[in-house]
Design a protein around this ligand. Structure first.
Ligand SMILES: NC(=O)c1ccc[n+]([C@@H]2O[C@H](COP(=O)([O-])OP(=O)(O)OC[C@H]3O[C@@H](n4cnc5c(N)ncnc54)[C@H](OP(=O)(O)O)[C@@H]3O)[C@@H](O)[C@H]2O)c1
Length: 234
């Protein structure tokens, strides 16, 4: 039985659900969240587009589990739109969910991790943040900001045996990708991916499982592009 406790955002769908299943399978206790409803006592239905809710989530997770040893910031939304069409409220909502709430959750989680001299933080970014994506400037900016947070926190927390890393997926087969691309666009996208395929959610989950393990203690401050080659050469 693993004794580490995980707080995972966006745990009921897509990549988050795969991470949840993998870590539960490995014996971790996982407190999840999202807007979806659930009777699970280790789950909170909450809108993380409102940064004030980050503290409520953290407090609930800590009360339920006693500690948060591992934080995985996964919940996020995508927005595809020319910059001229920017709507202030949509921009704020995206930045809040994809960047502000993760930073706040980190700020709450680190004090206990520092006391315990052990911690793991994983942020789920995107290759849009590491190499840029036309018509996805808000999304790319939020994910690039997350990478800045990841690298800075890795330096700040290294003396406390806390690692901070970011996984930057390319296209992954989830609702987010299905909503963003119609069948024709999906075919065109697969054509330009070197491995001619989308990443499957379990591939991200397996990397998380390694990053939270003791074997990965020396790996920190990294943005890992898990993208079937899509970011290569960019
Ligand atoms: N799929 C891709 O191609 C791809 C590529 C690169 C990066 N990513 C990143 O991977 C992460 C997971 O995405 P996914 O592909 O698994 O997408 P998904 O299937 O659409 O899942 C998104 C998750 O975020 C949660 N979420 C969304 N809005 C929320 C809100 N306002 N408050 C709380 N939770 C919220 C959702 O839960 P509820 O619906 O229950 O609220 C869901 O669990 C995101 O950060 C995304 O940017 C995805």
């Amino acid at each position: 039985m693993n004794t580490k406790n995980v707080l995972l955002t966006g745990s009921k769908k897509g990549i988050g659900l795969a991470i949840y299943s993998e870590l539960k399978h490995r014996g971790y206790r996982v407190f999840g969240c999202g807007r979806s409803k659930s009777d699970d006592s280790d789950y909170l239905s909450i809108d993380l587009g409102d940064p004030k809710n980050a503290k409520t989530l953290y407090d609930c997770a800590k009360e339920a589990m006693g500690s948060v040893d591992i934080l995985i910031n996964n919940a996020g939304i995508y927005m595809y739109s020319p910059i001229e069409n920017t709507k202030p409220q949509e921009l704020l909502n995206l930045i809040n969910l994809n960047f502000v709430t993760p930073q706040l959750l980190c700020s709450y989680a680190v004090s206990d991790m520092k006391k315990n001299l052990w911690g793991r933080i994983i942020n789920i970014g995107s290759i849009s943040g590491s190499v840029g994506e036309a018509y996805a400037s808000a999304y790319s900016a939020a994910k690039a900001g997350l990478l800045g947070l990841t690298k800075s926190l890795a330096l700040e927390l290294a003396p406390y045996n806390i690692t901070v890393n970011q996984i930057n997926p390319g296209w992954v087969d989830t609702n987010l990708a299905q909503d963003a691309l119609n069948d024709e666009e999906k075919k065109e996208t697969i054509d330009i991916i070197p491995q001619k395929r989308f990443i499957e959610p379990y591939e991200i989950a397996k990397l998380c499982s390694y990053l939270v393990s003791d074997d990965a203690k020396g790996l920190t401050g990294q943005g890992i592009n898990l993208c079937a080659g899509l970011s290569c050469g960019a």
